[in-house]
Ligand binder design. Structure first.
Ligand SMILES: [Fe+2]
Ligand SMILES: [Fe+2]
Length: 361
């Protein structure tokens, strides 16, 4: 009998003391035996997000923002934002897995200076009219319900020359880009960009989504549109509510798209607007994507893994990936929800899954 055969024959009780010494010694090699793993997150039977279902109340966040407006100057803050931290993901700055949202205040006369970063962003306008976001030399004026894109690496600055506070929700792919360790940040050479084109010219150029400017080459992976104005979105929603029943899980739901590709507005985030008809109680489903919802109009509740999230206009809430959820419009008027998700990432990598579930209420 060879020595190696003798060594392979000492299983069972006789080997216990040797095994304990062996496990203790493994630490110094920075390895762990897979067969002793007790972490259920390593190979779960199905996804279980560490993010929790959660609602950030607009009344609370707005009051805290206004206090920040008194205490912190725009110069000191650079961006006066309250970041929405999911309690299940703290201390990481994440609102849902892969997704970030923050609520920003720009007071009359203030600017948020020019910068750019690898992480992509958009803003959904909540309050105020007439402030601008400048993107790569073009100013887009913002009104409530507009969605304004500042894609990966685009120079951007904001200015509020109106006489009222501007409040918007920033949505970014920061958690994902930081997990990928691919983020960069650059301050602009000036605080305010030079204007290279007339204000809002891209909005006029793409005013009819079925008309693409054929002379303009566009090979970037994100939408060329800076502002998707509420005036158009609202009209489309109203017509659809009159004429279509929409999806059983989401009512009348539209995705904001890149008109040059037909795909999502950005490779890392999808953005949606949906209207739930009066008193609609949707079917339940679950999907591997996470979502952050912002309540544009109305009042209702979303049941997420058995937990009831009551919401009303201005609130923001997180629906973790693979959670079972259904929406209920509790009022006699349509409710309108804006949401952003990580669907494009999951679909691009082949990990998007969705299935219908029994209702929870
Ligand atoms: Fe930024
Ligand atoms: Fe859903």
């Amino acid at each position: 009998m060879t020595q190696s055969m003798e060594e392979t024959s000492v299983y069972g009780e006789a080997a216990e003391a040797d095994a304990e010494r062996y496990y203790a010694a493994l630490d110094s090699f920075n390895v762990e035996p897979l067969w002793r793993n007790t972490n259920p997150r390593l190979l779960p039977g199905e996804p279980k997000s560490r993010a929790v279902p959660y609602v950030w109340r607009y009344d609370d966040i707005r009051a805290q923002l206004m206090t920040a407006g008194r205490l912190i100057s725009a110069e000191d803050a650079e961006r006066r934002v309250l970041m929405l931290i999911n309690p299940g993901l703290a201390p990481e700055v994440e609102t849902a897995n892969n997704l970030y949202a923050g609520i920003q205040l720009v007071l009359p006369g203030e600017i948020a200076p020019m910068h750019k970063h690898a992480a992509a962003a958009f803003r959904f306008i909540i309050e105020g009219s007439g402030a601008y976001t400048a993107v790569d030399g073009e100013r887009a004026h913002m009104n409530p319900g507009d969605i304004v894109l500042t894609p990966s690496w685009a120079w951007h600055d904001h200015g509020n020359y109106s006489d009222e506070p501007m409040i918007w929700m920033d949505g970014l792919d920061l958690p994902l880009i930081n997990k990928l360790e691919a983020n960069f940040f650059v301050d602009g050479p000036e605080n305010v960009q030079d204007e290279l084109r007339p204000a809002d010219s891209t909005e006029r150029l793409y005013a009819a989504s079925r008309l693409n400017p054929a002379w303009q080459a566009w090979d970037k992976p994100y939408s060329p549109i800076i502002n998707y104005p509420w005036s158009v979105t609202e009209q489309v929603l109203k017509s659809a509510l009159d004429e279509w029943s929409g999806s059983p899980t989401d009512g009348v739901i539209f995705e904001f798209t890149n008109p040059r590709s037909g795909g999502s507005i950005m490779p890392t985030m999808g953005a949606y607007i949906q209207a739930l008809p009066a008193r609609m109680h949707t079917e339940a489903h679950q999907h591997t994507s996470s979502a952050i919802y912002h309540v544009v109009r109305g009042r209702g509740r979303t049941i997420v893994d058995g937990q009831v999230l009551d919401w009303s206009q201005g609130d923001t809430f997180a629906v973790p990936g693979w959670s079972v959820h259904e929406h209920i419009n509790t009022e006699n008027e349509p409710a309108v929800l804006f949401s952003h998700t990580d669907i494009p990432v999951l679909k691009a990598l082949g990990f998007y899954q969705e299935r219908s579930c029994p209702r929870q209420a």
